[in-house]
Ligand binder design. Sequence first.
Ligand SMILES: C[S@@+](CC[C@H](N)C(=O)[O-])C[C@H]1O[C@@H](n2cnc3c(N)ncnc32)[C@H](O)[C@@H]1O
Length: 213
Amino acid sequence: MMEIVSSLAEAYAKEYTSPEDDLIAEVAAYTMQTHSNAHMLSGHVQGRFLSLLSKLLKPKCILEIGTYTGYSALCLAQGLEEGGELHTLELREEDANIAKGFFERSLAKDKIKLHLGDAKTIIPTLDQTWDIVFIDADKTGYVEYFDLVVPLVKQNGLIIADNVLFHGEVLLETISGKNAKAIDTFNAHVKNDDRVEQVLATVRDGLMLIRKK
Ligand SMILES: C[S@@+](CC[C@H](N)C(=O)[O-])C[C@H]1O[C@@H](n2cnc3c(N)ncnc32)[C@H](O)[C@@H]1O
């Protein structure tokens, strides 16, 4: 795995970023202890970035694709308006149950709606338009998720896609892995879409910030 941002810069960023709340820190600690793939979790700096964006945008409706243990959902929910909702979608029952346990202990518990199943079949059933969409599930699904949600995102709404540098694999001269290829295709797909403008921010594993015009 290539180091994208130097570990010194990552540590410095963490030191000067506001701390996580207790429950959010507990989700991170629990996930590190119990999951071998804990790197999937957004983490301290990215989590605070998602929370800050959400607080600035004051969304009514947030869609998250890929709940995992609930870390990023709790961060994004911190910016919801009074009466706002966050819908988060997870395929794996085991992870969904862990997330559910943490959501129940959150101040935002009544605002978070967890859906178990395949995001591709759930998204068309949600009768909502979105202020923020966070795409963070299977990398080969990103293009489909993007095409599904763009018409449902409000004007000036924000789509955020995680892992768009895919551990640095998209930077290699020959991109060989299935997921890295899918991410590279996704990045080009977004670039060629006139309905949006975007910034590829080199935060952690790469975050694409996409505004619907
Ligand atoms: C990178 S993790 C999400 C991390 C989480 N957003 C966070 O920052 O804490 C990706 C999650 O997407 C889930 N996933 C994969 N394919 C999916 C699908 N088709 N529908 C819903 N969830 C899916 C995986 O089970 C996994 O828990």
